[in-house]
Design a protein around this ligand. Structure first.
Ligand code: PLP
Length: 359
């Protein structure tokens, strides 16, 4: 029997109307239809199609007996492994006690946005969850529209303009995803350097979403904000994309030397919300970030396959007249559908909204 409608329940206005994240909902629907025998190509959640490397799977099996709650910041061995991994890969200097382990980087981004004051600057197009996360917190969101001519990358001038408009706020937050979902773009060193200068000038904290750092096929050495603006950059990453282990739900957040207070506050938030991440998963993640050459080679090969698929699709789409920026990282194409929009309009139909394609 359906329960009676209760009209006296009052909910938080910041979350009323929030729907299940569109990308997750599409995934579930596609899965259900496939189960019914339908052939479905969907544009939902971006998921790497490869297996988790057997060495990481073994580490997870061997850690099945680990049942104790782990420290709020996360297993020390894992934070040390991640710190060394990022130092070797990208030259970043994050101390293990400034690293926080979470159930996916999505949760850690949410916790960071919840903790940090100031409006959120989002270069668009962007990943679909930043805006809703900021709204849950009641944060002002300032969208900065980027241009296809710049491969949808934020320019220092665009950021400067946005900061001028928001100058009443002493602190602002910029969230920037590099390599990028949904455009596949990868910022050049000099672009990051120029944006960093603007951040420094205007008191902008960068939340650098580097979940796709391992799936960079630009051929250039990866240079992030932590190199150009270490004092103001918080980095988030995890196992989901480069290690193809989205369902393991393990993310990491790293804060610079001068942000000890932020880490301490985040640790407090974590201890009052999810306590700590599943212990066996954390032990498995130590293996993932151990720098094991076999695992590194595997992730590089996966990235090469993404690159080949991206090149192929980009060529096909370009020939079809669906202009899109050639992807240099992550696993997305963001076609502009101007041509098709006109066709839809001519027929009197509603054209599709911009969408990304996962490969
Ligand atoms: C740009 C971007 N950031 C963050 C995430 C969250 O990743 P996870 O929570 O699995 O670490 C995703 C997942 O799709 C993403 O595309």
């Amino acid at each position: 029997m359906e329960s009676a409608l209760v009209d006296w329940v009052i909910m938080n206005q910041n979350v009323v109307g929030l729907k299940e994240s569109a990308t997750l909902a599409v995934n579930q629907k596609a899965k259900a239809l496939r189960k019914q025998g339908e052939t479905i190509s969907h544009f939902g959640f971006g998921q790497s199609p490869f297996d988790v490397h057997p060495l990481i799977q073994n580490a997870l099996r061997e850690a099945a007996h680990q049942k104790d709650y782990l420290p709020t910041l996360g297993l020390l061995e894992l934070r040390e492994a991640f710190s060394a991994f990022y130092q070797n890969q990208y030259g970043y200097q994050f101390r293990p006690d400034h690293i926080l382990v979470g159930p996916g980087s999505k949760e850690l981004i949410f916790q960071a946005l919840f903790t940090l004051e100031g409006p959120l600057l989002i270069p668009a197009p962007s990943w679909v969850s930043y805006g809703p996360q900021a709204s849950i917190r009641g944060k002002h969101v300032h969208i900065i529209k980027t241009e296809k001519e710049n491969a949808y990358k934020l320019t220092a001038q665009e950021l400067d303009q946005a900061c001028q408009a928001l100058r009443v706020s002493r602190q602002k937050i910029l969230i920037l995803n590099n390599p990028n979902n949904p455009t596949g773009s990868v910022y050049r060193d000099e672009e990051i350097a120029a944006i960093s200068e603007v951040c420094r000038e205007h008191g902008v904290i960068v939340v650098s979403d580097e979940i796709y750092a391992l799936t960079d096929f630009s051929g250039r050495a990866y240079r992030g904000f932590s190199e150009h603006y270490p004092e103001g950059t918080i980095v988030t990453s995890g196992l989901s994309k480069g290690h193809s282990a989205g369902g393991y739900r393990l993310g990491l957040l790293a804060a610079p030397q001068g942000m000890g207070k932020v880490i301490k506050t985040l640790a407090g938030m974590v201890s009052e919300t999810y306590s700590s991440v599943s212990a066996p998963i954390q032990y498995a993640a130590v293996k993932a970030f151990s720098g094991d050459p076999e695992i590194l080679k595997y992730t590089q090969n996966c990235t090469r396959v993404h690159q080949a698929a991206g090149d192929y699709l980009w060529n096909r789409f370009t020939k079809m007249g669906l202009g899109c920026v050639k992807p240099e990282g992550a696993f997305y194409l963001f076609p502009t559908s101007v041509l098709f929009i006109r066709r839809f309009e001519k027929r009197g139909s509603i054209p599709p909204k911009p969408f990304a394609i996962t490969f």
